[in-house]
Design a binder for this molecule. Structure first.
Ligand SMILES: Nc1ncnc2c1ncn2[C@@H]1O[C@H](COP(=O)(O)OP(=O)(O)OP(=O)(O)O)[C@@H](O)[C@H]1O
Length: 679
């Protein structure tokens, strides 16, 4: 019996080659193909040239009135020109690098060409020859994202065939009540009109329903993950020792903020429950996440388990190791470190101590998730700066233990819309308060010809006993040029500040050298640290209260905020100077936002507005889901509706037994089946 889960090879004309090309696009089943929607449409209805504006994309129809001319330049480039009589106007059409069209177009024949109109020269830069099959006069031509192994045309034909044969099997998954309320179209209509709309309006309406469906199903997936997580007996119940916790807290050099107390309580209560903890700890730069993590690590140890902290760089691992070992020493907890740069014998020792359980708390980098690392009894895994780890790496760490509880920490505040999509399946603890006595960092934006002022300020600050960072971005194409820039700046600083120690920190130093420099800076043996962006994460030197960032317009907002967050970690007034001559509006807006606020959540919202979601996190590793039709930012209102609706459904009917919910249940069941199949 036919099913939407049929492999695409069930369609005529899909052999192994096409199958693999489709698979590269993520299309495996007929259902995948039908829901592989175009990302835009070209309006290919023919129009009269008289109504066209310059630069408009259009299809023009006319008669070829002269022989075609093909000219070649160099090896791979060529131009095909033809003269076309459109209504009563002779125009010139040129196609670049499509020499095969010469054999398809005959003199005196009638053709339709899609391209960009040049109103002044009465010419058309041709993109495509419109075939009769495209409908010529009535149509929107869908444009799909394809790869070099499959052409648009082929994909359209395949979708057409699949639709003809399978459209009767398309079912509703969004409950009727929601569909009526939000006036969503039936799935069959959506699929049809996404691929074959008659006009822009049809496409727009179909897109709206398709986006909602996609967001809703995504939210249902998140809710079902959450539901599975929350099942009792799915995780560990870490029965920590409250008295020991209280004693430990007494040894800390400061009083916890009430936000820190609240999140520690949330985390501990969660660890104690038998379900699997899957929690995100977010807090602005300098809000004191580290100590919260240490308390969680300690709690796990008092419950008789090992606990691990995984961080993105070796330097950070070293720093955390030094700090945490010192904090936990009075409590007789054995803390160890595992990074890629341990020598063979240290490594063997560490592995042995992890395996026998002698090491209670293990701090490390990716080295922690290698196969050779075997934990005796891992109860808690904390992942710092988690967006730098891919989903698979997180899963690998989880699989190291007996399904240990997981806490992720991030210093990049996440706007609400993104939090819903990225961390929808997690519980979130937020530190929304800075330790007492912190003053907002005074931020000034200067042009590069005003740097003299900064130097004066720097001298004043250094005279009071403070320290400073001077950051220069990696901007040149070659590392060598970047290094020279940083070295130049370093020498200039040395000359300008002969009575102080200046050091240079850059990415090409060995880890040991970097550690030595950071160590010297944190002991105040170095007063001015000139650095490339390596200081971005995790540096914690409370005596440093001045941050100077050169070419600040080269950084993104969240990076600037992270950098600035390296100062103002003590009680003195801190200063940040952004030196930049931004060239465009977006960069200017970034500088202005930095001057205006020091609140990471406000900046994150601004960043999202200025750049769009992909850029906030940067890359595939962000863990940000990829949507086919929906845009989590542009469609954020819809996302919220979908989120709330899915949440309500899972609350009221967790087993999805109601007749209106069977569509969701079978969608999720199918997903599960496929995951098993492909894992
Ligand atoms: N309750 C507190 N009172 C006073 N100081 C605190 C408190 N909690 C943390 N600190 C100090 O504040 C500084 C910042 O803390 P921490 O390094 O944990 O910040 P963070 O949240 O990890 O920030 P970042 O993401 O910027 O690294 C540290 O020097 C820490 O010792």
């Amino acid at each position: 019996m036919a099913s939407l889960m049929d492999a695409v090879t069930m369609l005529p004309s899909v052999g192994p080659k096409r199958e693999s090309a489709l698979r590269q696009l993520g299309i495996v089943t007929v259902g995948d193909l039908l829901f592989y929607f175009p990302f835009r449409y070209d309006d290919i209805r023919t129009r009269s040239w008289q109504e066209l504006g310059d630069g408009e994309k259009v299809t023009l129809k006319g008669t070829v009135i002269a022989p075609l001319v093909l000219s070649r330049f160099g090896r791979n480039r060529n131009r095909l020109s033809l003269r076309l009589l459109v209504e009563d106007l002779p125009i010139v059409v040129t196609f670049f690098n499509q020499p095969w069209l010469k054999d398809k177009i005959e003199e005196n024949s009638e053709v339709a060409v899609f391209g960009t109109w040049n109103a002044k020269r009465h010419s058309l830069a041709g993109q495509r020859l419109i075939a009769q099959a495209d409908g010529g006069d009535a149509g929107m031509s869908p444009i799909y994202s394809v790869n070099k192994n499959i052409r648009q045309r082929t994909l359209v034909d395949l979708i057409h065939t699949a639709y003809e044969k399978y459209h009767g099997l398309l079912r509703e998954v969004v409950p009727d009540s929601l569909r009526t309320h939000y006036r969503l179209e039936p799935t069959e209509t959506v699929v049809h009109n996404m691929h074959f709309p008659k006009n822009g309006e049809e496409a727009r309406l179909a897109r709206r329903s398709a986006a909602f469906r996609e967001l809703f199903l995504f939210e249902c997936r998140m809710q079902s993950l959450r539901r599975d997580n929350n099942q009792v007996d799915a995780g560990l119940a870490l029965d920590y020792d409250l008295t020991a916790m209280r004693e430990f807290i007494k040894t800390l050099p400061f009083e916890l903020t009430s936000a820190q107390k609240r999140v520690v309580n949330e985390i501990c209560a969660d660890m104690k429950r038998a379900h699997h903890m899957n929690r995100l700890l977010q807090g602005d730069v300098g809000s004191g996440k580290t100590i919260v993590a240490v308390l969680a690590l300690f709690a796990a140890v008092t419950a008789g388990y090992q606990a691990a902290l995984m961080v993105p760089t070796e330097i950070l691992a070293e720093q955390h190791y030094t700090k945490i070992a010192k904090l936990l020493a009075p409590m007789h907890v054995t803390v160890g470190i595992l990074t890629g740069s341990l020598n063979a014998s240290d490594r063997a020792h560490a592995l042995h101590d992890i395996e026998t359980g002698r090491m209670n708390v293990i701090i490390g980098t990716h080295a922690l998730i290698q196969d050779t690392v075997k934990f005796a009894k891992l109860g808690l895994a904390i992942i710092d700066e988690q967006h730098r780890f891919g989903v698979n790496q997180r899963r690998a760490l989880r699989q190291k233990g007996i399904n240990p509880d997981v806490l992720m920490m991030t210093a990049t505040p996440i706007p609400r819309t993104l939090a819903i999509t990225t961390y929808g399946e997690m519980d979130v603890s937020t530190i929304d308060e800075l330790p007492a006595g912190r003053q907002p960092i005074a931020t000034t934006w200067l042009k590069s010809n005003q740097t003299g002022r900064v130097l004066t300020q720097l001298k004043t600050q250094l005279a009071t006993g403070a320290q400073a960072y001077v950051v220069t971005p990696l901007i040149a194409e070659s590392e060598a040029v970047d290094l020279r820039n940083a070295e130049d700046l370093y020498e200039r600083m040395q000359r300008a500040l002969p009575e102080y120690h200046v050091a240079l920190l850059h990415g090409q130093l060995k880890n040991q050298e970097k550690n030595a420099i950071m160590g010297a800076f944190s002991r105040n043996e170095v007063q001015v640290l000139v650095a490339t962006t390596v200081v971005e994460v995790g540096m914690d030197v409370p005596n440093a209260n001045m941050m100077i960032i050169f070419d600040a317009d080269r950084f993104g907002l969240s990076q600037l905020h992270q950098l600035r967050g390296r100062v103002g970690r003590g009680n003195q007034q801190a200063f940040c100077y952004l030196i930049a001559d931004p060239k465009n509006q977006v960069a200017i807006a970034r500088m202005e936002a930095m001057v205006k606020t020091t609140d990471g959540f406000v900046l994150a919202e601004k960043d999202l507005q200025l750049r769009g979601p992909g850029d906030v996190f940067g890359d595939e590793q962000s863990g940000l889901p990829h949507f086919n039709v929906a845009d989590p930012v542009g469609d954020s209102a819809m996302l919220e509706v979908a989120h709330d609706a899915a949440k309500e459904i899972f609350q009221d009917d967790p087993s999805l037994a109601a007749p209106d919910h069977t569509g969701i249940a079978s969608y999720l069941a199918e997903l599960k089946k496929r995951n098993q199949y492909f894992d």
